[in-house]
Ligand binder design. Structure first.
Ligand SMILES: [Mn+2]
Length: 410
């Protein structure tokens, strides 16, 4: 068991997803002395440029990487699978969720044990530790979801229906697999797919397939091997030797004070994806954003010119808004949100109709939900009403700025 085998699965429609896989791989290489072979399951969405970066990454650390084009290798199997699953499910999941389940079919026979890692993981420990963990009777080891979320697991149809016990349901982001067992029992895949087809409300796809077959007898790994960043951040835990799982939209490079963001970026910057080209594209995007915010200011200025402004929000916001927006004579702030945080839409629209011609500036987090009501009543955004929280800086209490989308777009 000298050489560690790790696989990732990837579908990279825009060519911007490879950097996540590359960053996770970088974190593995940074923290181990063991020889590692990375097995990357991909398809035709892997660009030449990204492929070269993966090769450069492995070479930089004196490690090995192998590529598996799943469309070429098991295209017929994939096609057959997609016929079994309801359309609604395939729309919500990338094909890559299936690739990992086919690892046994495409890996060389001498790969008998395999670690699977999600692309949104950071391995902040020596992967050899995980490699030597004991597997369950059915040849699988994983972290129970309740442990991964430190006691805050999401509801799962598989559990509420009594198909899998709560204390057996595991997270599929980090797995240690006895690959021979998968090869000997390929029926786990068809059984799982049939279950998915019968239970279309299951929203975790490959995770549900795996739980359906393996929840009963897998070995539970310590929680540190699959730490949900969302929960860990909420609990204010310090960074430790762990595998961090950035599940959901939790990476926000704009928030540099956050330790989990810094940890992520510390590995990203050591990867070949953090290149001069990347930095220039980042600045380029920032330029576009700053320039287009001028257009936003102009639109507001134009909409407000010569108009009476009526500000709408909670009583607590009143002083702040009056100060920041320099409310003039004849203008007013109406506390339309009750003390209990509720807002009555009908009276709000009635009041707006009675004051037609005024510009309504709203300070409420249900802004997006109100739009369709306003539209029905004949009010137009940026002409009749604007989102006041978008006009305030974040430090003043305006809408939170989010860097996750910017990072993912590069
Ligand atoms: Mn994940």
């Amino acid at each position: 068991m000298g050489r560690v085998h790790i696989c990732y699965a990837m579908y990279d429609k825009k060519g911007t997803f490879s950097k996540y896989v590359g960053t996770s791989m970088t974190s593995v290489f940074e923290n181990t002395e063991a020889p590692v072979t990375m097995h990357l399951m991909h398809d035709s969405t892997l660009t030449d440029d990204n492929r070269k970066k993966f090769e450069a990454l492995a070479e930089r650390y004196g490690q090995e990487i192998k590529f598996y084009n799943m469309e070429d290798l098991v295209g017929d199997v994939l096609g057959g699978i997609l016929d079994i699953i309801p359309k609604a499910l395939t729309d919500r999941f990338s094909q890559a969720a299936l690739y990992r389940l086919l690892a046994g079919a495409v890996m060389p026979k001498d790969v008998r044990r395999l670690i699977y890692l999600d692309a949104d993981t950071i391995v902040n420990l020596d992967i050899e530790e995980l490699w030597h963990e004991k597997l369950g009777e059915n040849g699988l080891a994983a972290v129970e979801e309740t442990a991964a979320t430190q006691g805050n697991p999401a509801d799962q149809p598989l559990i509420s229906k009594g198909i899998v016990a709560r204390d057996r349901y595991f997270n599929s982001g980090v797995l240690v697999i006895d690959l021979d067992r998968w090869r000997e029992h390929p029926e786990f895949l068809t059984d799982g797919l049939q279950m998915l087809s019968d239970n279309p409300d299951c929203f975790c796809f490959d995770q549900d397939i795996l739980n359906f077959s393996f929840a009963v007898a897998y070995a539970k790994l310590p929680g540190r091997y699959d730490v949900f960043v969302s929960v860990d951040r909420y609990l204010g835990n310090e960074i430790r030797a762990a595998i961090y799982h950035y599940a959901g939209a939790v990476l926000d490079p704009f928030n540099a004070a956050d330790a989990h963001n810094r940890l992520y970026v510390s590995y990203f910057t050591k990867s070949p994806w953090c290149s001069d080209d990347f930095v220039m594209r980042l600045f380029g995007r920032m330029y576009e954003i700053m320039d287009s915010s001028r257009a936003g200011s102009r639109e507001y200025l134009t909409a407000a010119a010569g108009r009476r402004r009526i500000f709408l929000g909670s009583a607590e916001m009143r002083d702040k808004v009056e100060r920041y927006f320099r409310i003039k004579k004849g203008e007013e702030y109406k506390a339309v949100i009750g003390k209990d945080g509720t807002l009555s839409v009908k009276p709000l629209i009635q009041m707006m109709k009675e004051n037609r011609g005024a510009l309504f500036v709203l300070f409420m987090d249900v802004y997006e939900d109100l739009k369709m009501h306003f539209q029905k009543a004949g009010f137009e955004e940026m002409t009749d009403y604007v989102d006041g929280l978008q006009l305030m800086t974040e430090t003043e209490g305006g809408t939170k700025l989010w860097g996750g989308d910017l990072f993912s777009s590069l």
